[in-house]
Ligand binder design. Sequence first.
Ligand SMILES: [Zn+2]
Length: 312
Amino acid sequence: MYFIGVDIGGTGVQAGIVNESGNILFRKECTTNVNSGFESVMDDINTLVRELIKENNLNMDDIKSIGFGVPSFINKSGLVTCVNLGWHEVDFMQALKSRFPDVSVYAENDATVAALGEAKFGSMKDKNIAVMYTLGTGVGGGIIINGKAFTGANGMGSEIGHTVIGENYFNCNCGNNGCLETFCSATAIIKHAQKLIEEGKNSKILELAENNLQNINAKMVFDAYRENDVVALETINRFKSYLAKAMSGMINTLDPDVISIGGGVSRASDIILDGIEDLIRQQILYKKEDFAEIVCANLGADAGIIGAAFLN
Ligand SMILES: [Zn+2]
């Protein structure tokens, strides 16, 4: 028996046939034609999945289930609103069921799906209570309890990125001030480095960005950190202190077995993990007790396909 995982993104859709051991055996992708509208994107996804099955000499009967990761929240009624895709309260689950009537279909938020992949086969394998922070352009979250994605009573749980953890000098896209996303995303790192440089601090980062503030990316800030650049040190230390604050709150609330850090920012895993447990211990309530192991994700972008395949 095989499973299919589909990761729907703002620019492309990735699909994979996954075996019971979590290995992606075959892949296929297509672009997300956002401008063509919801029904058309769903038709493209239908074609993608059916071609993937056919090209690898399989039938729909060989597929146990198809799971989908979407870059948004899916409400209790299966409706999806996603600004990046131009979808407003579209009936996503119904659209899936009508296109795939003979197979079980499931869908979840993409960060939750990635967490499930990491919990089944990656950095959080064999842990009962697992939490993942996906640090990219924004901050996503996934909570996996006993191998199942946990999204709460109304499906809107695990939006860890919008936990308010302080006051910040700019507002979050959601309208609030102080969301974790505004302290710990790649965007937050870039903005803070730009701010310090604009205030007149000298930094190697500007050189890496060819003297254009707009060229700065998170990797440049981490690279400069390795060379003890003052702006990079201040920016990354601030990022880590807020990340530790968020994780301390998570430990006080949920006391997970493991917390994994994924997303593009986690490529600097050595810098992020260095000293993070001490920062967390200073802030949790029961300082002498064991607490969650802090790790970085290890499936990369495949977590989205693998996790989606194992939704049920
Ligand atoms: Zn927010």
